[in-house]
Design a protein around this ligand. Structure first.
Ligand SMILES: [Ca+2]
Length: 330
C-alpha cells in the first residue's frame, strides 16, 4: 500500500513539475540555412507527441519566401492555421536556395511574406491570450522581431507595453546565436551578425531568463537529416525537399543541428544531453561579435555549448532524427 502511495506521489510530482505541452512561439529566418526547416519539423514532431503546442511561427526575414515556406511545413504537418507573422520594413534580407521552390511546389495559402501580419501584432495577440509565465519563445534567427516586441506600446490586445507583456507571459527565451567556447576570441557568426543592435537590445534588456545555445563545432557534431531521405512518406515531404535542394553540391545528405539544438532545449530542456552554464553573462559587442564572460554574473543569462560527460553526439543525432520524421503520413 505504501508503495502504491509513493508511486502516486511520484506520478503527481512528475506531471506537476513540468506542464505539458510546452507552449512555444518559433521565430525563424527560413531562408539562408536549412536547419530552420529541420527545427520546425522537429517542433511539429514534439507537437505530434503532445510535448509542445505551437502558438505561432514568425519570420524574421524580409525574404518573401520565408513565411510561405513556414506555412508549407505547418500545412504538411496538419496545422495550416498556426498564426504566422513577418518582420516589416526594417529587417534582414538573405537569399535562400530552397524557400521559393518549396513555397511554389507545396500547398500553402499565405502567398508571400508581405501578406503575413506584422510580427509585433502576432506576438502581442498570442502572448496576451496565454496564462502568465507560460510561453517559451525559441528564436533560431535574427533578433529583430524580439527587439521590436520589447519596444511595442499598449494596443487593442493588451494594455501592457512590450517589456511588461514579455515579463508577464514569457517563461523564458531560448536563443540560438553564438559560438562556444567564447572566452578567448570573440565569436563572429550567424544570427548575431546582420542585426547586432537588436541582439544587444535583447541580450541586455530582455526581462526573463535567456538560454543561449551555440553553433559551430558543437552543432556540427550532431549530423541530422539523413533520415529524411531514408523514410518513405505518403505525401512528398517538403522538409526532405528543402534539405535535398540545400545539400545539392555538398555531396552529403546530412547537416548541422544548430537550430534543432535550440528547439530541443525549448521543449525538453538541456537534459540529458547538454551542460547548462549559469555563471557569467553573454557580452555582445557593437558589431555582433560576442563573448561569454564569467563576471559579473547575470542570473538571466545561461548558455549551452557542451555535451554532458559520457554523451555520444551521434546518440543525440539519432534522437533528433526521430523527431524530424514524426510526420502525420508515414
Ligand atoms: Ca536559422
Amino acid at each position: 500500500m505504501r508503495n502504491v502511495i509513493v508511486l502516486i506521489l511520484l506520478f503527481c510530482f512528475h506531471f506537476s513539475a513540468v506542464a505539458r505541452p510546452i507552449k512555444v512561439i518559433f521565430d525563424t529566418d527560413m531562408e539562408s540555412d536549412v536547419d530552420d526547416a529541420g527545427a520546425l519539423a522537429m517542433l511539429h514532431g514534439f507537437a505530434n507527441r503532445g510535448d509542445a503546442e505551437i502558438l505561432a511561427t514568425i519570420s524574421s526575414s524580409l525574404n518573401p519566401w520565408s513565411a510561405p515556406t513556414i506555412d508549407v511545413i505547418n500545412t504538411y504537418f496538419g496545422r495550416p492555421d498556426i498564426p504566422i507573422g513577418n518582420v516589416k520594413m526594417l529587417g534582414v534580407y538573405r537569399n535562400s536556395k530552397y524557400a521559393k521552390t518549396i513555397s511554389e511546389k507545396f500547398p500553402q495559402d499565405i502567398g508571400l511574406g508581405e501578406n503575413a501580419p506584422n510580427a509585433n501584432l502576432v506576438y502581442r495577440k498570442v502572448l496576451s491570450e496565454q496564462t502568465d509565465n507560460s510561453v517559451v519563445i525559441v528564436t533560431v534567427s535574427y533578433l529583430t522581431n524580439l527587439s521590436n516586441l520589447l519596444n511595442t506600446e499598449a494596443d487593442k490586445y493588451s494594455p501592457l507595453a512590450g517589456m511588461e507583456l514579455v515579463a508577464k507571459k514569457v517563461k523564458h527565451l531560448v536563443c540560438m546565436g553564438g559560438r562556444y567556447p567564447l572566452e578567448q576570441d570573440p565569436g563572429k557568426w550567424g544570427n548575431f551578425k546582420p542585426d547586432p543592435k537588436a541582439v544587444r537590445h535583447v541580450a541586455n534588456y530582455w526581462p526573463t531568463k535567456i538560454i543561449f545555445t551555440t553553433g559551430g563545432d558543437f552543432a556540427n557534431a550532431i549530423p541530422t537529416g539523413k533520415i529524411l531521405f531514408e523514410t518513405e512518406t505518403l505525401h512528398p515531404n517538403p522538409v526532405r525537399e528543402a534539405y535535398r535542394i540545400f545539400l545539392k553540391g555538398w555531396n552529403r545528405n546530412y547537416h548541422h543541428s544548430a537550430d534543432l539544438i535550440a528547439t530541443y532545449v525549448a521543449v525538453k530542456g538541456h537534459e540529458p544531453y547538454f551542460k547548462l552554464r549559469k555563471q557569467g553573462y553573454f557580452h555582445i559587442f557593437k558589431d555582433g561579435t560576442h563573448m561569454w564572460r564569467i563576471n559579473p554574473n547575470n542570473p538571466n543569462h545561461h548558455i549551452i555549448g557542451e555535451f554532458t560527460e559520457g554523451i555520444d553526439p551521434l546518440e543525440v543525432a539519432s534522437d533528433f532524427n526521430r523527431y524530424l520524421i514524426q510526420s502525420n503520413d508515414k
